[in-house]
Design a protein around this ligand. Structure first.
Ligand code: ADP
Ligand code: MG
Length: 516
């Protein structure tokens, strides 16, 4: 699926209000925010309601925040999606606390542990459960300080080495020259986080004694390959971003270096605000988005309006002394909700290309089969070119065989016609022969009859003579009756002339009878 076809998913916003800190209570600050139970709504003062995807009041624990809106993003990683969690807010509002950007190993499993160590724990737990998959993880940690990108995982001397941002049409924003630390376990990954946290540029400001003076991005790159299907593999990115404070300069009472930092921090945040406004404004859809105005917006290009599921945690102080900054943050967060991202499943480019080629080969095979009336065997898989070649050869051989067979068939049909002709002629001959035989049989029977009658005539004459010479009376009687029998036969023969007439020999016979 391409980015253009992807479903638009809005950036989600969680508003998190920290409790009043001791400094604020000491100063007699009052709460300027109130919460609507069971509703993701916060009211500033008496009459300024704001609704977000999630709202966490000062009593919300780290675990609740994590389980409600961060854990689902981690799960999305295993489906091949990119995810970003972005903490925004004025200095001292709870960004670093929420993200776990100051985590040290001795915090262990303390309930105050922030998002990043929890993400690491969940990631490795999920990976262990997915026995059919093979994972490889890399982490990087950078900060944008005074518009420079610093590598927080590099040794101090190489921290400010040349790092550049490139845009890959398929893989999105890539940071060249950044340390990518291969990690195999949660402990190792947490050590990377701790090491980077210790390297962050912090300084005390009027708002926060340990204020982060930079934007920090902790990135986990995850590659997952199915052990069952070589063509199934994803690669996703998880960005965990702790932005620098969004307050105005006059509030930090900054001078010199702090002021310069503040100007640069605000430059990044100002660009970020412009990007968020441009992305969230329906009427400006399709217009230029000023991602290139700062390193921060360039680095977050995929996370805002791009290929990522993104959550912004907007952190605010409830103190009335911060009311103006809180209102700014509430408005900023409201605009961010209007950004529509287009997250896609990040299939490994090589596996995607393989799948594409396999699909093309299958389609070609089907076309070839259709072209030859389904006479060729379908064989899916194997080397595409080899397969096609062997199909062509088979096709040629079959065509030649077909030619031979049709030649043989036409010869055979000629022979069959000749044979049929002969059979018909033989049958006609047979019929003629049978007729002739019947004729002859009848002829023979008649001849016998005529001969017999001729003989009997002669016998009759002889018998008359014999009768005259006989003395024995009984013998005489017998000869007499024989004579009368002869005469009866002769009479009968005379009474059946048609049969005799038809015969060639009949004239002779009748002549002989009449002569007698
Ligand atoms: P930021 O990073 O925005 O400058 P921090 O995260 O350093 O602010 O928070 C400022 C102070 O507020 C820290 O002392 C932190 O422990 C405290 N704090 C922030 N959020 C909470 C919270 N939800 N519950 C308790 N304390 C918090
Ligand atoms: Mg901070």
């Amino acid at each position: 699926m391409s980015k253009e076809d992807a479903k638009a998913i809005p950036v989600r916003v969680a508003l998190r209000c920290r409790p009043l800190v001791p400094k604020e209570t000491e100063e007699g600050c009052q709460m300027c925010l109130s919460f609507v139970r069971g509703q993701p709504q916060v009211i500033l003062g008496n009459d300024k309601p704001f609704t977000y995807d999630y709202v966490f009041d000062p009593f919300a624990e780290q675990e609740e925040v994590f389980n409600t809106c961060i854990a689902p993003l981690v799960k999305g990683i295993f489906k091949g999606y990119n995810s970003t969690v972005l903490a925004y807010g004025q200095t001292g509002s709870g960004k670093t606390y929420s993200m776990g950007g100051a985590y040290t190993a001795d915090q262990g499993n303390d309930p105050t542990v922030g998002a990043i160590p929890r993400v690491i724990k969940l990631l490795f737990g999920e990976m262990e459960a997915r026995v059919d998959w093979q994972f490889s993880l890399k982490v990087s940690y950078l900060e944008v300080y005074n518009e420079d990108i610093l590598d927080l995982l590099a040794p101090p001397r190489e921290r400010s080495a040349q790092i550049s941002i490139r845009e890959d049409p398929k893989e999105g924003i890539k940071i060249v020259g950044l340390t990518e630390h291969v990690v195999t376990g949660a402990k190792e990954t947490v050590i990377c986080l701790e090491q980077g946290n210790n390297s962050r540029t912090v300084a005390a400001t009027a708002m926060n004694t340990q204020s982060s003076r930079s934007h920090a991005i902790f990135t986990i790159l995850i590659e997952q390959k199915s052990k069952k299907d070589v063509n199934l593999s994803f690669h996703s990115k998880l960005h965990l971003v702790d932005l620098a404070g969004s307050e105005r300069q006059k509030k930090t009472k900054a001078e010199g270096e702090r002021l310069k930092e503040g100007i640069n921090i605000n430059r990044g945040l100002l660009s970020l605000g412009n990007v968020i406004s441009a992305l969230g404004d329906e009427s400006k859809r399709g217009h230029h988005i000023p991602y290139r105005d700062s390193k921060l917006t360039r680095l977050l290009q995929d996370s805002l309006g791009g290929n990522s599921h993104t959550l912004m945690i907007a952190c605010v102080s409830p103190a009335d002394s911060n009311m103006e900054e809180t209102l700014n943050t509430l408005r900023y967060a409201d605009r961010a909700r209007k950004i529509k991202n287009k997250p896609i499943v990040n299939v490994d480019p090589k596996a995607a290309e393989n799948n594409q080629l396999r699909l093309q080969v299958q389609q070609l095979q089907v076309l070839l089969l259709q072209a030859h009336g389904g006479t060729l065997p379908v064989s899916i898989g194997g080397e595409p070119s080899e397969n096609l070649q062997s199909l062509m050869e088979k096709n040629q051989a079959l065509a030649e065989e077909n030619e031979k067979l049709s030649r043989g068939l036409s010869e055979a049909s000629g022979q069959i016609a000749q044979m049929l002709e002969r059979i018909i002629m033989t049958e006609q001959q047979n019929e003629k022969t049978s007729a002739k035989m019947e004729e002859l049989r009848q002829h023979e029977a008649l001849t016998h009859c005529i001969l017999l009658s001729g003989l009997s005539v002669r016998l009759n004459l002889d018998l008359q003579k014999t009768l005259e010479t006989l003395e024995d009376n009984e013998l005489k009687h017998q000869v007499k009756s024989f004579c009368s029998l002869q005469q009866a036969i002769a009479r009968l023969q005379n009474e059946s002339p048609p049969c005799v007439d038809e015969m060639d020999t009949s004239e002779q016979g009748s002549e002989s009878v009449s002569k007698s």
